[in-house]
Every structure is written in structure tokens, then in C-alpha cells.
Design a protein around this ligand. Structure first.
Ligand code: PLP
Length: 215
């Protein structure tokens, strides 16, 4: 599927397309930019910084990969959304660096629902503890806009679908318990090249697509 077709199908469903451009050279991003894409996702801070200076200013950079606290400072002045918040400590550092940069940074809580052991992310107990903590309640420079997760890398589509359902249920419970009065808490970042259509059926509001867009 080409970019225009995918972008069109997603916009009809009000789903935001994050073009995952990791490992791609700036020229490839520029091609998509010229076709209308403005949101790009990178998983490494250094790579994002290098591409940012080579590309137009109005690109919205989303950080989708695991973020180390010592790298937050470098992205705080400009990053549009951080999808991969998986600890209170990281969130505290984002809040601190956002304050220094005079910004409020949009964040998603990353949840672990896949079967692979290695994937980063919170479970529900950890997330509830984070959101109930006094430290979280004092933060003024971050905004939790929703959640992010990845399904298992599997041909078992029923498994993938059930993991997306789990993410949607987590989102609904968080909304109910913590964010009923927060209209900005509305994003479910789930779905990649191999499973985005299932994710959209299960309630995704934001898909992160790489290889399908950069064949
Ligand atoms: C690479 C990556 C994607 C995109 O994966 P594709 O299968 O190439 O679409 C999405 N999310 C994260 C966190 C990634 O690291």
C-alpha cells in the first residue's frame, strides 16, 4: 500500500499516522514530508537529533523507543510526544527537563502486554502506583495523553487481537480511574506495519508504521 492510500484510510477513521523513520536517511523522510506527512517517530535520541537539523522545522517528532533518563534533556526542547514512559523516575526527569525548556510535554504510558520477555513497559499495578504517587501529582510539565503498547510478533492473529483488546481495556480503566475530567487523555498508540488494521479495529487512535512506508 502506498503512503497516500494508507494516510487516507487512517484519516477517514480519525487515526493518527506516526511514520516510523528509524534507520531511514533524511531524504526518505523528506519524500514523505512532501507527500504531506508531518509526524515522524524515531526510537533513538541521537538519530532523531541528527535528522531534525536536516529537515523542515514543522515536523512533529515522536519518540517511540526506550528512553534513558540521561537523554531526556536533549529532546525536551522540541519533542512533540514521548510514547515510551515506563517509570516514575523517567517521568520525573521529563517533567524537570520540560520545566527548564518552558514546555509541557505530551507523554504516553507504555504497557507490556506481549509475550516476549524483553519488551519494556509497565503492568497495571505499576501504572496505578505511578499515577497515585504524590510525585506524579505534583508534576506540572508533563501531560499523560494515553497509552502505548506492542502486540506479540506472532502469526497468531487471535493472540494479537486479544493483546490489543487488553490495551484498550487498560486505557478505559485508566480513563475511568484517573482521567475522566481530562479530554487530552485520548490516545491509544498501537499497531505497526504487520498489525495496524487489527489495532484500528480494536480502538487504536495512533499507529506507528515503519517498514510498510519505507519498503
Ligand atoms: C520500529 C518500530 C515500529 C514500526 O515497526 P514496523 O513493523 O516497521 O512498522 C513501531 N513501534 C516501535 C516502538 C518501533 O520500534
Amino acid at each position: 500500500m502506498n503512503y497516500a492510500e494508507l494516510a487516507n484510510r487512517l484519516s477517514q477513521k480519525n487515526v493518527t499516522l506516526v511514520a516510523v523513520s528509524k534507520t531511514q536517511p533524511p531524504e526518505r523522510l523528506l519524500e514523505l514530508y512532501q507527500a504531506g506527512q508531518r509526524i515522524f517517530g524515531e526510537n533513538r535520541v541521537q538519530e532523531m537529533l541528527e535528522k531534525r537539523v536536516a529537515l523542515p522545522d514543522d515536523i512533529q517528532w515522536h519518540l517511540i523507543g526506550h528512553l534513558q533518563t540521561n537523554k531526556v534533556k536533549a529532546v525536551a526542547p522540541f519533542v512533540r510526544m514521548i510514547h515510551s514512559v515506563d517509570s516514575l523516575r523517567l517521568l520525573e526527569e521529563i517533567d524537570r527537563q520540560a520545566q527548564k525548556a518552558g514546555r509541557v510535554i505530551d507523554c504516553l504510558l507504555q504497557f507490556h502486554v506481549a509475550q516476549e520477555e524483553t519488551k519494556f513497559g509497565l503492568d497495571e499495578t505499576e501504572a496505578w502506583a505511578l499515577l497515585r504517587s504524590p510525585e506524579f501529582q505534583q508534576m506540572q510539565h508533563i501531560r499523560i495523553c494515553g497509552i502505548m503498547g506492542m502486540a506479540s510478533f506472532s502469526d497468531d492473529l487471535a493472540l494479537v487481537r486479544s493483546e490489543f483488546k487488553t490495551l484498550k481495556n487498560i486505557f478505559d480503566r485508566l480513563k475511568h480511574d484517573f482521567f475522566t475530567a481530562a479530554p487530552y487523555f485520548r490516545e491509544i498508540s498501537m499497531g505497526m506495519s504487520g498489525d495496524w488494521d487489527i489495532a484500528v479495529e480494536e480502538g487504536s487512535t495512533m499507529v506507528r508504521i515503519g517498514s510498510l512506508l519505507f519498503p
